[in-house]
Design a protein around this ligand. Structure first.
Ligand SMILES: [Zn+2]
Length: 147
């Protein structure tokens, strides 16, 4: 497969308190898309509704859509971007934010020669959305921490 030129990383949240890449794949197929529109999903320890938190399901980086295929996660900005979805609505776990995400960002920023300014929240490109419900300041701090 041809390599895609990457110019940005866009962070999202699932707006659900549970889930994983398989569930998102299912949700996105139900919307008529070609499966999971994100390139990566970071779990929060609760995979299915009404299940209890399990530490070993927390902070797992799961691969969604192939990185060399255009994602379906940010209207008008899918070309050239990588979409990462954190499972969660308004709160995220320490493992997600301070371990899994920086580790993933670190690798992606290195692999694609991206700078801190190329890491964004979905809300920056959509007025109706607050996704991923993490402030620009925190996103910036996490990106700085990942370099
Ligand atoms: Zn989003």
């Amino acid at each position: 497969m041809e390599k895609r030129k990457i110019n940005s990383i866009i962070l999202h949240c699932s707006y659900s308190q549970f889930g994983n890449v398989d569930l998102i794949d299912q949700w996105h197929k139900e919307r008529g898309w070609h499966g999971c529109g994100y390139h990566y999903v970071i779990t929060n320890g609760v995979i299915k509704a009404h299940e209890k938190y399990l530490a070993f399901h927390d902070g797992l980086v799961q691969v969604g859509r192939d990185i060399n295929k255009t994602g379906a996660h940010c209207k008008g900005r899918n070309t050239g971007s990588i979409g990462i979805c954190l499972i969660g609505r308004h709160t995220f776990t320490a493992k997600q934010l301070y371990s899994a995400l920086p580790e993933l960002l670190s690798k992606l920023m290195f692999d694609h020669s991206l700078t801190i300014d190329q890491v964004h929240g979905h809300f920056e490109f959509s007025r109706q959305k607050s996704c991923p419900n993490i402030s620009k300041e925190i996103i910036r701090k996490i990106a700085e921490f990942s370099v």
